[in-house]
Write a protein that binds this ligand. Structure first.
Ligand SMILES: Cc1cc2nc3c(=O)[nH]c(=O)nc-3n(C[C@H](O)[C@H](O)[C@H](O)COP(=O)(O)OP(=O)(O)OC[C@H]3O[C@@H](n4cnc5c(N)ncnc54)[C@H](O)[C@@H]3O)c2cc1C
Length: 446
């Protein structure tokens, strides 16, 4: 491509947001370059991951059925852990998901490659192994990108889908986004562990080809704000999780304490838990990955549009860690951005005022409704460490008392269990639980 050639749009990053945006614009006949720094799309991308097919279908239609997805998720579990117990807070096996699946386990290396190929087939130029080094600004307007391999490329609009992390600082460097604070992102790690499919199915109580997800809190992350997960793939399981950066790197802690809460140490701690170890036994680690997750909530969302640019997905801070959703917010925001650019092209107007439609559409969508709803969820955990540390232990002790059959009457058991909750958790535990439920039920009005 000649350096001076001007495209309709440049998309930075071939993750779910970038592929959705590029696909949408290319299908409408726009000239689009999709630039990806990896040797191919997905080469280094990380996700737990559970992908929500509804949002993929919104972009590619029926073709979603050909996507390289792993297993439909039939059962979801949530565990609260202490050092030597696992309290199953929720176990939901929905057999209707066999006929009407809404989520699948996924390996991003395969999925992103497929998704980028769909964008290519729709007409986008995929440019892999190319780092966008900076956004080119002229007179307060983004007019193109400077790349390591292709030189300068120009377009009417640049859709920034760079994700977040140390290597994703284009917007920050251009002064279009403030630097992330340590309590606005989690650091997550993940291992892919190979296991025989029949072993996966028997350990996770799945029928052949079907999958399960387990998410664990409390001691799983050594009490930090975050969670650990196990997701079943076809021939592997994905094991990982993360916690807030501000807690992982708490400067008040000693070096030894910090080492214990490094993401890798937490992952090993989780894998060694007596309730988790048997699920992974005999497996061979075939991949290890680390990445950040935006957790700044609604108030952490940066400016999403300006003269000649739009921001989607993780780069836009769109993520819902409470429901482990991110890829769907990325695909949906990418699709909406693509549609807004198509309209801007029809009008021949790529000004900030024209691209504002993107923000207005997001504001009216489920994305911003959810971002507002969970805006206070992460600070709630951050400021109440007892919810992931002390309270699971109190609950564990009360349940131990309640379930132990040791010659005492059920009346005695019941009052002992209640006494434990009252004495060790106290009114504060009830207050905190009520406050948490109220916080999550009440949307942020802005
Ligand atoms: C451990 C973990 C588990 C997760 N689990 C789930 C889950 O189960 N379900 C879910 O929905 N979400 C999950 N998420 C979140 C999900 O991964 C993200 O929300 C989603 O990937 C965001 O998509 P994106 O396209 O915005 O960004 P990304 O997926 O990060 O893609 C950004 C792309 O841009 C490229 N790029 C970056 N900078 C440049 C540059 N300068 N030049 C060229 N290319 C560049 C990158 O290589 C990458 O391909 C998880 C995240 C993590 C880390």
């Amino acid at each position: 491509m000649a350096a001076e050639e001007k495209l309709d749009a440049i998309v930075v990053g071939a993750g779910p947001a970038g592929c959705a945006a590029a696909y949408t614009m290319a299908r409408a006949g726009l000239q689009v370059a999709l630039i990806e720094k990896g040797s191919k799309a997905g080469a280094k991308n990380v996700m737990g991951g559970i992908l929500y097919n509804h949002y993929l279908e919104q972009v590619v239609g029926e073709a979603w059925k050909e996507a390289p997805l792993e297993r439909p998720i039939i059962e979801e579990q949530r565990w609260m852990m202490t050092e030597d117990a696992a309290i199953r807070l929720l176990g939901y096996k929905n057999l209707r998901n066999r006929e009407r699946p809404h989520s699948f386990s996924v390996l991003r290396a395969r999925f992103d490659e497929w998704f980028a190929a769909q964008a290519e087939a729709a007409g986008a130029f995929l440019i892999p192994e190319t780092v966008v080094e900076e956004l080119i600004l002229r007179g307060g307007r983004v007019v193109g990108v400077r790349t390591g391999r292709e030189g300068d490329l120009y377009a009417d609009v640049v859709v920034v889908c760079e994700g977040i992390g140390l290597g994703s600082r284009l917007l920050e460097r251009a002064g279009l986004k403030p630097r992330l604070k340590a309590n606005q992102a989690a650091m997550a790690v993940k291992e892919v562990i190979a296991l025989d499919p029949a072993v996966i199915e028997s350990r996770f109580n799945c029928e052949p080809g079907e999958g399960a997800s387990i998410e664990c809190y409390g001691d799983a992350t050594r009490g930090l704000s975050g969670f650990m997960f196990i997701y079943t793939n076809r021939e592997t399981v994905s094991v990982g999780g993360g916690a807030l950066l501000s807690e992982l790197a708490d400067t008040r802690l000693s070096r030894e304490e910090l080492a214990k809460r490094s993401p890798n140490a937490i992952l090993n701690h989780f894998k060694g838990h007596p309730a988790i170890r048997p699920l992974l036994q005999g497996g061979e680690t075939v991949e290890y990955l680390a990445k950040m997750i935006p957790e700044g909530g609604y108030r952490g969302i940066p400016k999403l549009y300006g003269n000649g640019y739009l921001v989607c997905g993780d780069a836009a801070g769109l993520s819902n860690p409470v429901h482990r959703e991110g890829s769907n917010l990325a695909m949906e925001s990418g699709r909406i951005a693509g549609e807004v650019v198509v309209h801007a092209k029809e009008q021949g107007d790529f000004s900030e005022a024209a691209l504002r439609t993107y923000k207005l559409r997001l504001d009216r969508s489920w994305i911003m409704a959810d971002m507002r709803k969970y805006d206070r969820a992460v600070p709630l955990l951050e400021h109440n460490p007892q919810m992931m540390g002390k309270y699971p232990k109190v609950l564990d002790r009360a349940l131990d008392e309640f379930f132990r059959v040791d010659g005492e009457s059920k009346w005695t058991k019941q009052s002992k269990a209640l006494r434990i909750v009252r004495k060790e958790g106290g009114l504060r535990m009830l207050w905190d639980t009520g406050k948490a439920l109220w916080t999550l039920a009440r949307p942020l009005h802005r």
